[in-house]
Design a protein around this ligand. Structure first.
Ligand code: COA
Length: 479
């Protein structure tokens, strides 16, 4: 072929570009039916796993939450890819920003570990202009999440009816302490919920008072329940085209997590709870499920046993389960091979009245090993055991860092800190764990880019006081 001159080259390049453009146009003109599979659903993405966007991408959350329960929920949704816009009171913000502060002048870990991956806008919801901005947010968000005291949202003028009028597709999700009933108007914090949800009465030792647990089953537990309610409502909205109310009462959430104890309450009618050590100790049962110390909540007896070093290390313990299928292995391991055939020990029912003595014997063995040695030996033999890990050990555990369950993020005022990443792993939606926002960090960005206010509007809004903290009264006035 003869060499072409520059002009001809440019011409053919332009022609090629044109054709390429045409091809693209033709592609986009394909009728939607052909782009979908025969069941009407989108064809499986051909993108590599983890590169097809995040699970909740495109979902906008108006996050009106504070303290722990609500923020737990919205943080999870943010990890899943939702755009979470946290609305905070000007100048103050979520009260936890300043609670349990460890670094002077910086947002507390209480706040930063519950509000990662969100954006923050300050709006005074009781200011006329603030209400207007809020209503614009209501119109374009998919979900409003709140955990104010009962009635607070209504007092702001944001009744469900009003929200639904503005945006019939909106899901309005709330955490409250109690559901409808005698306590519905009560304010509730974590431990109140643990007590009212049946957890405290069944936690602790029989001889001692009720105990609350360190795991925040009332706050964070209810937040997790709420997140499930929200995604379910969003899924239903695909069919119905309308949003709905989602309510999670903390009492209900705790009870859901303590359901095995309501199971035991009903079993009590039919006789003693034989897997509770008090049965073996000959202590009669009362009318309600007792506290069971470290007894296992299931059908396989277990207890917390001392390990080497327990005298000085408060966490040198292991949870040991005498699972029936590996009973013979356990007997060999602890030097009691005769228990395999002894009728007093050979079967699970025969062992029930002797659990305390059995665990004392196993403990003689565990005390000769560190908790990690016990773990190593037992797991090799299929015996279920669990070391009591301190928070220090968890913070330093490399495998939790590797899976993104513990994540280090950097913060402009407090520096690096650890947070808990997404405990729910989706193979096609990697978690998006980012630091928490500063108070009002994204106010301008949200007003302009999300709500479409012009620069002049933003100046006017700022002057109105709807997004800025009220001036502190002069000393003379305050006095
Ligand atoms: N602008 C203006 N006012 C705002 C605002 C904003 N951006 N955000 C909140 N407020 C106002 C509310 O409107 C409310 O005012 P009102 O009482 O005049 O109506 C006020 O702040 C306080 O809200 P409230 O929820 O009552 O806070 P609280 O600190 O008194 O109580 C709880 C905290 C947690 C006890 C309570 O919110 C509650 O019981 N929530 C439900 C259960 C729950 O989630 N508990 C666990 C928390 S981890």
């Amino acid at each position: 072929m003869a060499p072409r001159n520059k002009a001809a080259k440019a011409k053919s390049k332009a022609a090629a570009k044109k054709t390429a453009k045409k091809v693209i146009k033709l592609k986009t003109k394909k009728p939607p039916a052909k782009a979908a599979a025969s069941n009407g659903l989108p064809r499986p993405s051909s993108k590599p796993w983890g590169q097809a966007g995040r699970a909740l991408e495109g979902v906008k959350i108006l996050d009106f939450t504070h303290v722990q329960s609500g923020p737990t929920c919205t943080q999870l949704l943010a990890y899943m890819g939702a755009d979470v816009i946290k609305v905070e009171r000007p100048g103050i913000g979520d009260i936890t920003r300043g609670q349990l502060r460890d670094v002077k002048g910086a947002d507390s870990l209480y706040f930063t570990m519950l509000n990662g991956s969100k954006r923050s806008i300050t709006i005074d919801s009781k200011h006329a202009k603030g209400k207007e901005i809020l209503e614009r947010l209501v119109k374009l968000c998919d979900v409003l999440v709140e955990n104010f005291a009962p009635g607070a949202l209504d007092r702001m003028g944001l009744t469900f009816e009003h929200i639904h009028k503005l945006n019939p597709r909106m899901v309005v999700a709330s955490v409250k302490g109690f559901g409808p009933g005698p306590y519905e108007d009560c304010k509730v914090y974590e431990n109140v919920a643990q007590c009212a949800g049946g957890s405290a009465s069944t936690t602790g030792f029989r001889e001692g008072p009720p105990l609350v647990t360190g795991a925040q089953i009332g706050d964070s537990g209810t937040g997790v329940h709420l997140a499930l309610g929200i995604v379910s409502a969003l899924y239903q909205r695909i069919r119905t085209g309308r949003g709905q109310k989602v309510l999670c009462a903390m009492q209900d959430g705790v009870l859901n997590l303590a359901r095995v104890k309501l199971r035991d309450q009903q079993r009590l009618k039919h006789g003693p709870l034989t897997e509770y050590s008090q049965y073996g100790e000959g202590v009669p049962f009362g009318v309600a499920v007792p506290r069971a110390g470290n007894d296992s909540g299931g059908g396989q007896p277990g207890w917390i046993l001392k390990c080497k070093g327990w005298e000085n290390d408060p966490d040198a313990y292991i949870y040991f389960i005498t699972q029936a299928p590996v009973w013979g292995t356990i007997c060999d391991l602890i030097g009691k091979p005769e228990w395999k055939t002894d009728p007093d020990y050979a079967t699970p029912p025969a062992r029930l009245p002797r659990l305390r003595q059995i665990f004392d014997t196993i403990e003689q063995w565990t005390m000769t090993k560190t908790k990690f040695e016990v773990m190593e030996i037992c797991n090799k033999q299929d015996i279920p055991v669990g070391p009591i890990l301190s928070m220090k050990e968890i913070a330093e555990e490399p495998s939790l860092r590797a899976t993104g369950t513990v994540v280090e993020v950097d913060h402009p005022t407090r520096g690096k800190y650890l947070t808990v990443g997404n405990p729910i792993k989706l193979s096609d939606s990697p978690a998006d764990v980012r630091r928490s926002p500063l108070l009002g960090e994204h106010t301008d960005e949200i007003l302009a880019k999300v709500l479409g206010y012009s620069a002049a509007d933003v100046v006017e809004i700022k002057a109105s006081g709807a997004i800025t903290a009220p001036e502190k009264p002069a000393k003379a006035e305050a006095a």
